[in-house]
Ligand binder design. Sequence first.
Ligand code: NAD
Length: 385
Amino acid sequence: MSQHGLGPRQLTVKKAMTKNPKLLLLAGDGIGPEVMNETRRVIQWLSAARGLDFDVDEDLVGGCAFDAHGHPAPPAVIAKALAADAVLLGAVGGPKWAGVDYARRPEQGLLDLRKKLGLFANLRPALCFDALKDASSLKPDVVSGLDILIVRELIGGIYFGEPAGIEDLGGGQRRGVNTQVYTTEEIHRVARVAFDLAGKRDGRLTSVDKANVMVSGLLWREEVQKIGNKEYPDIQLDHMYADNCAMQLVRAPKQFDVIVTDNLFGDLLSDAAAMLTGSLGMLPSASLGARDESGRAHALYEPVHGSAPDIAGTGKANPIAMILSFVMALRYSFDRAVDADLIDKAVHNVLAQGLRTGDIAGGGETPLSTAAMGDAILSEMEALN
Ligand code: NAD
């Protein structure tokens, strides 16, 4: 058992459930509201059919919040997010806000939210639904049955390290600087999340760095190994260089169980892993913070995809990534594995019946609209209940 105890079960809200858990929905921009509509129906169904009631609040984030309040993550929204047991976010951004001052861009609002909630661990599962193995760019036998989890450090490293900036050197020369920096504590806390999750899965963890050319990577490797030796002797830990990991992810991705890595490598590797599964519209994510004394951990659940301005408003968006993000909230924030399994199974069944939105439909298949996919999942949930 880790000192930190951030595995799915340990993360569960520990305080007495005398009140309904608080869920904040931030639909955001583009297809965000469309995919959130279908998720809201799933939440309402859980209340009506299984007696799981949430206190649901909704607010604006991203470009829509900028339009309404001049800020992509207004203080009142941050306050609500801090008070919620979990936040569900659709997507932010779009060409409409391309000219806005950098600090007020929709994407900055999301970074702000993550930072204020202290969400240091980003969980991205790459799961290949059997019915979709032909949609991957890799051969079906390479991805069939794939189930890996990438844990990315989210609020440290080179995206936040100081000094950072562009300086004028004179004579027409400039210098751009970013700093890769990690402390022992930053490495330990994300490593513990990954070890805990590996303990709930296949018991294998691969830590990824560039210890061969970066001293910060050497520190990463040594500190992850220390935590493994001291606190998780039963987890099989190995280390891999990030460039090799990129290669292995497209060569033989099923060799991995859980991968833990820093912010920069996690950004790249989780996108590469995403493509193994066929479509951005299928990929959920969770971002978790530390537990407070009451046992509560801040948590934000969101699809990996963006606001998809090219299809926004057309009813073509796949709502599955958003619905599966809510399923992760049921598992990690609300200890409702049975409900989570039911929704997962409903999604599997719908796909196995050949029902597809446009992003995952093959040639000759008639794609479902966003709402029709929501209908299909809900009626399957009803059948399984
Ligand atoms: P994107 O993920 O929005 O879209 C990439 C492609 O995938 C598009 O062709 C889109 O139509 C398709 N797609 C994405 N989600 C889909 C879904 N659910 N169903 C069907 N098709 C889907 O990435 P982008 O085009 O690079 O970015 C668009 C905007 O979103 C930008 O402003 C970007 O900054 C923002 N963005 C936001 C987030 C976030 O909110 N977390 C993440 C990535 C990008």
